[in-house]
Ligand binder design. Structure first.
Ligand SMILES: [Zn+2]
Ligand SMILES: [Zn+2]
Length: 281
């Protein structure tokens, strides 16, 4: 699997001088399987430049789009995803049960016309809703995708991808806490992430910020590290950076996690997700 980050930011896009390293676009990842097939996670604003690349370099776009949940920051790039306007494109959608409702709502808002000039039904691409992940694993070529419910207001799914001996886990918008306010305990996530080669997890807050925002559905970087260590992940990637977070602060989170891991003598690679960066596993 090759994984590329097109959007790493949480809540709202924040372009500008303070986010040039880690990026200002909201959640979007591109996973390329060994077969060459592409899986896209979420359609935050990062999906716009991804769409440009796909239409420029591929004769025909044929992708899976997996949606974690339907908060705006994970959806609102969809009307600007070029392949939806191309009749040769094929987009297979799966993920959290409300995902189709959410993607439609970016075009058709019942609250009133006038927000966007195009209707969902006018899109040219072949868009198919698979509705598999709510009921069990999804197989796409050589990869098996599983999901786990999130501790996040209005819910969501985290995803695990297993291809051959490699495991990638992507969990964003998830509050890791002992309180299990949405019915999930840390042990559940530890089990889901067990021995992951790469764990990408929500690390929006500092521990102090998280304390002040209990129930908002996001984790601090210390909690993300704890999950990575307990599940024996080989690499942790901090994700869903807070919109107010400047680049040097993201670096300090990464450094703090590295120091803790070193003190505990645990061999783990710590990264913070950078827009435009990619890795192979
Ligand atoms: Zn989010
Ligand atoms: Zn959310």
């Amino acid at each position: 699997m090759n994984v590329k980050f097109w959007g790493t930011r949480g809540s709202i896009p924040v372009p500008g001088k303070d986010t040039t390293i880690y990026g200002g676009n909201t959640t979007c990842l591109e996973i390329t399987l060994e077969s060459g097939r592409i899986i896209v996670i979420d359609s935050g604003t990062g999906i716009r430049p991804l769409g440009e690349q796909l239409t420029n370099y591929r004769a025909k776009v044929d992708i899976h789009l997996l949606i974690t949940h339907i908060h705006w920051d994970h959806l609102w790039g969809f009307p600007f995803f070029d392949p939806v306007y191309d009749p040769t494109s094929k987009i297979r959608i799966d993920g959290f049960p409300t995902c189709m409702k959410g993607l439609r709502a970016t075009f058709d808002n019942k609250m009133g016309d006038g927000f966007f000039p195009i209707k969902f039904d006018d899109l040219k691409a072949e868009i198919q809703y698979l509705d598999t992940l709510s009921h069990g694993p999804l197989k796409i070529d050589s990869v098996i995708v599983d999901c786990i419910p999130l501790q996040h207001p209005q819910g969501g799914f985290g995803f695990r991808f297993r291809e051959g001996k490699k495991t990638l886990v992507f969990i964003t918008d998830n509050e890791l806490t002992d309180e299990a306010w949405a019915g999930r305990r840390l042990e559940d996530y530890v089990e889901f992430c067990k021995d992951a080669d790469v764990l990408i997890h929500d690390a929006q807050y500092t521990p102090e910020e998280r304390e002040a925002r209990r129930g908002w559905g996001h984790s601090d970087y210390v909690a993300a590290l704890k999950l990575a260590l307990e599940s024996h992940a080989k690499r942790l990637v901090l994700f869903h950076h807070d919109p107010s977070r400047k680049d040097p602060e993201v670096v300090s989170f990464k450094n703090h996690c590295e120091d803790v891991a070193e003190k505990k003598k645990v061999d783990i690679i710590i990264d913070a997700a950078k827009e435009g960066s990619e890795f192979i596993l």
